[in-house]
Design a protein. Structure first.
Length: 75
């Protein structure tokens, strides 16, 4: 599983990355969590509000800081 956190480095983006890592650890699954700060890549996903959460190439959330529990529900 590939999880991408889309954002330019704001506090919410960093918190979403930490929550994603915590969700992966709690579920005990193998996943690559990657921070994407390139605006071109973010725009290619159609994300206009950050942070964005992408799981296996599918945008799951934009403009919202999800808790680790909310992220686990998206797996």
């Amino acid at each position: 599983m590939k999880i991408e956190i889309l954002g330019t480095g704001c506090a919410k983006c960093k918190a979403l990355e930490e929550n994603a890592k915590k969700a992966v650890a709690e579920e005990g699954i193998f996943a690559q969590v990657e921070k994407v700060e390139d605006l071109v890549v973010i725009m290619n996903y159609g994300v206009m509000n950050t942070p964005g959460l992408v799981i296996d190439g599918e945008v799951k959330s934009t403009g919202k800081l999800l808790s680790h529990e909310e992220i686990k529900a998206l797996f």
